[in-house]
Design a protein around this ligand. Structure first.
Ligand code: A2P
Length: 270
């Protein structure tokens, strides 16, 4: 396996750092994604709910890179549950992006955002079966979930055929979710870390700044490296080129002792 990639349980590889596009408006998405591609990102993460798929797709098309060399993730909106509904939403996504296939398609959340915690087990199972069908037809190279807890994943394991290949969760220093991490590891599910910088809230933390200085990196680089050290796949988001570049330059190692210290930190967003 290429050292710059993680490998899913179906042997499909995914670049270890992805460019997150959550909160990048459609009119800024073209420039941001172009900057990311220009600076060597080959993994772009979007979602129908982000309302920027159209310009994410246009940027990829306009850039001098072939489709097979870019890894594209999108997501089934959290409120859409059910077999036919999922097929329809998938069509909308590939039309928006103007692509023939997706590399990874995720159920965005186990429940609608305006009714977090609602039990949608049956709907998730039906959506998953639709995603299995799309996967078997070759329209998606890998399928997964997002914001799923252990019980949500377990319901798919108990009722469906394909074990999710990825679970994309909020993950950053102070929010490790050890049980979920261990469960995913046990089932060979790659954990993707969204908000690796705690949406920016960890960047001014004194402990993070001190450690970053020690490694002669920026707080963002330390936080992104932390995700990789924990075998999770960071999806940093930025609209500034110098940051986009910086967030990919994380070729250093955090010592075991410093990792221990980081793993003991409290969640700054609680
Ligand atoms: P901006 O888009 O203006 O660059 P997360 O990835 O955890 O969601 O965090 C994203 C936030 O962190 C955004 O506000 C983004 O701002 C900011 N950000 C991303 N990369 C960096 C960086 N290298 N240095 C400082 N701030 C950053």
């Amino acid at each position: 396996m290429n050292n710059a990639n993680f490998k899913f349980h179906n042997d499909v590889e995914i670049p270890k750092i992805g460019f997150g596009t959550w909160q990048i408006p459609n009119d800024e998405a073209f420039d941001s994604v172009t900057m990311a591609l220009k600076n060597g990102y080959t993994h772009i993460d979007t979602a129908l709910a982000y309302q920027n798929e159209e310009n994410v797709g246009k940027a990829i098309k306009a850039f001098d890179i072939s489709r097979e060399d870019v890894f594209i993730t999108s997501k089934l909106p959290a409120q859409i549950k059910g077999f036919e509904e999922t097929l329809k939403a998938f069509d909308e996504t590939i039309t928006n992006l103007d692509v023939d296939y997706l590399d990874l398609y995720l159920i965005h959340a186990p429940w609608p955002w305006d009714d977090m915690g609602k039990d949608c087990t049956e709907g998730n199972i039906q959506s998953w079966k639709a995603m299995e069908q799309l996967y078997n037809e070759g329209k998606i190279k890998a399928i997964g979930v997002s914001n799923f807890e252990i019980k949500d994943i377990q319901a798919l394991l108990d009722n469906c055929d394909i074990v999710p290949m990825a679970n994309q969760i909020p993950f950053y220093v102070g929010r490790d979710q050890e049980d979920l991490l261990a469960f995913c590891k046990e089932h060979n599910i790659v954990v993707e870390a969204y908000s690796p910088l705690a949406t920016g809230e960890l960047l001014n933390n004194d402990d993070i700044k001190t450690l970053a200085d020690k490694y002669e990196v920026t707080p963002a680089q330390l936080l992104i490296r932390y995700c990789l050290e924990r075998d999770t796949l960071p999806l940093p988001k930025s609209t500034h080129e110098e940051r986009i570049i910086q967030n990919k330059e994380v070729d250093f190692e955090i010592s075991e002792e410093d990792m221990k210290q980081l793993m003991q930190m409290e969640d700054v967003r609680k």
